[in-house]
Ligand binder design. Structure first.
Ligand SMILES: Nc1ncnc2c1ncn2[C@@H]1O[C@H](COP(=O)(O)OP(=O)(O)OP(=O)(O)O)[C@@H](O)[C@H]1O
Ligand SMILES: [Mg+2]
Length: 680
């Protein structure tokens, strides 16, 4: 059986009260701190963190998505307009081809050959004029084999000049190969072919934002689609050339056809979506792009950026462009003359607005969805955190009530998750605290009653002892006087001796009672613990009781001296030593130790015996006054009670460990103090 008994147990009732009140104070202080400095709730923090992540993710997601949508829409628009430009180019080529076919067929006519061979071109003048008119050509001209003009259907008076220098005409005469090309005609050349053409070709330039600087304010040149074919005799030798042309300036049928074919009259906000233009150099000469007033924007010009790219470098340009008065997704291709020089531009563009609107509406739709998702996430996280925080808040409130001493606090268990488990554990904890509290109270009540009873008994004993002391001294004195006067062989002598012995025993008991009830004031001075113990051992070692007891000393070297009342401490040690010897029935080993706990600055004195030990049920009572297991006449039961009082008065503790039939160890702990009056 092992048990411990210490001052803490002995003073349980009193100390538990003071400990509880101490706890209460600390808790109040703690609450004040919590109430004053309490930060943002953990759940609010959790929710805010959650929301920040959601918002950041959504914003990034939305931003990337909007950007990609924009890119995609623009890319799609550019792709579309580029393919429109391809179609426009094919239509332009088809027009060239039909002009080419027309001129070639006309040149093959026998009447033309015969007229040339006969040297009488006047015979075909009417025929050529009719063809020119029916085919809506701007001019149709016949030359001889050297390129000298013999007949101009549109200007019969102007003959005799050489057109061999015209690239196409030159190659027709030289190689007998028909050809078609886009060419630039000066006003003079136009006028020669047909007097009315320069006036049609002339276009006033309009100041245009972003266009390159130009010297003149008017464009007098004409862009002409020109086809030429050889006229051959029966042997196949070239005897002349026929060429005809279309002035593209102001000729809008072509660009309108492109627009109608590609865009099929599609409109947006009351405006045509698609536009098409042919430029001469950088001037709009045939276009369906409109000015603010609704007129065609002849004379407006292409931006310098596009000009540099398309005319200077001869490359296709696709992208956003500001055209006359609005933004268009535009595509420009160079138009080349027979020598490969860029002389003009073919343009197709579609209003940007439908695409920006599409981009905007898609982005808005997307943002709306993201926002809705975000709001849903906020709502879900709010509901979730409420569900989490409500029971936790209830737990916090209940914990506060418990901390404040209300052990009836309980929380409802609303779920069977971790929170529910926590609430259940809390309730169990509160219940066990309640139970423990009740038991403590009962224990304290019993202890108080007991100590009250002991106090009464102690007082009574002290009074009785005091009253008995004087008569007892009389009995002792007179019984000794009687013995002195008696003869040694007096038959009454043994009776008187018994009186003297019993009276002496009564005196010891009475002194013990007086010691216990009125403890002496200690006279403290610095003393060496091993020395004090050794003095006690020296007093008892010669007694018969100790003859078969081996005393083992285990003293730590250089122990510090400490302030104590050596006489009182000796009383304590003597009692422990004699108790040990009696528990061993005078045979066994008593180990006495003295050592220092440097950390806590306390000295230990230990008395370990190999005696019969203490019964478990007696452990709680051995320090009680008058508790003894010794035979009547052998112990008063005051030894440990007095010792406890002395050690306590020295600011120390006394503890016991015992095992039945194996032995007992008493340990005394004394604080190391140097100043007198310290450690009390
Ligand atoms: N070393 C020990 N081994 C076993 N039991 C002990 C030991 N010391 C004390 N006790 C028990 O504690 C009881 C109380 O001891 P305490 O010293 O207070 O009184 P006592 O020795 O019986 O009488 P007194 O000391 O007044 O002569 C003892 O009767 C004994 O039962
Ligand atoms: Mg004793």
């Amino acid at each position: 059986m092992t048990g411990t008994w210490s001052e803490a147990d002995r003073g349980l009732a009193g100390r538990s009260v003071s400990a509880a009140s101490g706890l209460g104070q600390r808790q109040v202080a703690g609450d004040a701190r919590v109430a004053g400095g309490r930060g943002v709730s953990r759940f609010v923090k959790l929710m805010v963190a959650f929301l920040v992540i959601i918002i950041l993710l959504s914003a990034t997601f939305a931003g990337v998505a909007v950007f990609l949508i924009g890119e995609r829409v623009v890319a799609e628009a550019e792709h579309r307009v580029a393919s429109d430009l391809n179609s426009a180019g094919e239509m332009y080529d088809a027009s060239s081809d039909s002009l080419y076919d027309l001129i070639r067929l006309q040149a093959d006519r026998l009447s033309l050959r015969d007229a040339l061979l006969a040297g009488d071109v006047g015979a075909v003048a009417g025929e050529l004029t009719a063809t020119m008119t029916s085919e809506q050509l701007d001019f149709l001209t016949l030359t001889d084999a050297s390129g000298v003009v013999l007949l101009r259907a549109a200007n019969p008076g102007a003959v005799g000049d050489s057109q061999a220098g015209q690239a196409i005409v030159g190659s027709v005469l030289g190689a007998a190969v028909p050809g078609v090309a886009t060419t630039v005609f000066t006003a003079e050349m136009l006028g020669r072919e047909s007097p009315g053409l320069p006036a049609i070709a002339e276009i006033e330039l309009v100041e245009t934002r972003g266009a390159r600087a130009r010297d003149s304010a008017v464009e007098t040149n004409g862009l002409v689609l020109l086809a030429a074919a050889p006229v051959a005799d029966e042997e196949g030798d070239v005897i002349g050339a026929l060429y005809g042309g279309l002035l593209i300036n102001r000729r809008v049928e072509f660009v309108d056809r492109i627009k109608a074919t590609l865009f099929e009259g599609a409109q947006y906000d009351g405006r045509d979506i698609g536009t098409s233009t042919i430029f001469l150099d950088d001037v709009r000469i045939a276009t369906n792009v409109l000015n603010e007033d609704g007129t065609r924007a002849f004379g407006t010009r292409v931006s310098e950026e596009v000009y540099d790219w398309v005319v200077e470098l001869g490359k296709r340009w696709v992208g956003r462009a500001y055209v006359v008065n609005d933004w268009y997704i535009s595509a420009y291709d160079p138009l080349r003359d027979p020598d490969g020089n860029v002389v003009g531009i073919l343009y197709v563009g579609t209003l940007e607005k439908p695409y920006t609107d599409l981009r905007l509406s898609t982005s808005l739709l997307f943002l709306g969805i993201t926002l809705a998702a975000m709001l849903a996430a906020v709502a879900v996280s709010y509901v979730f955190s409420r569900r989490l925080s409500t029971p936790v808040a209830a737990l916090v409130a209940a914990s506060r009530r418990v901390a404040a001493g209300d052990l009836d606090a309980a929380v409802p268990v609303t779920s069977n998750d971790e929170i529910g488990e926590l609430a259940g554990s809390f309730n169990t904890m509160a219940a066990s605290l309640r139970d423990r509290d009740a038991r403590l109270k009962e224990f304290a009540r019993r202890k108080v009653m007991e100590s009250e009873r002991l106090a009464v008994v102690g007082q009574l004993a002290a009074d009785v002892a005091h009253e008995l002391n004087n008569p007892l001294q009389g009995i002792v004195t007179y019984s000794h006087l009687l013995l002195e006067k008696m003869e040694p062989d007096d038959a009454r002598r043994s009776s008187v001796e018994k009186i003297a012995n019993q009276a002496a025993r009564c005196t010891t008991i009475i002194r013990g009672l007086l010691d216990f009830s009125r403890p002496q004031k200690p006279h403290k001075r610095p003393a060496d613990l091993p020395t004090v113990i050794d003095e006690c051992l020296a007093l008892v070692e010669d007694r018969v009781l100790f003859h078969n007891i081996e005393v083992v000393r285990r003293y730590e070297a250089d122990l510090p001296a400490t302030v104590m009342d050596p006489a009182q401490m000796q009383q304590v040690f003597m009692n422990l030593i004699i108790n040990a010897a009696e528990a061993m029935y005078g045979a066994g080993r008593l180990t006495v130790t003295a050592q220092l706990d440097p950390e806590r600055r306390v000295l230990w004195a230990g008395f370990q015996d190999t005696g019969h030990g203490i019964l478990e049920e007696d452990m709680g009572r051995i320090f009680d006054p008058f508790f003894t297991t010794k035979e009547v006449g052998h112990g008063t039961g005051l030894g440990l009670a007095i010792s406890f009082g002395i050690v306590k008065e020295h600011g120390g503790t006394i503890t016991v460990e015992s095992e039945e039939a194996a032995g007992t160890t008493f340990t005394i702990e004394l604080p190391v103090s140097t100043a007198e009056g310290e450690g009390q």
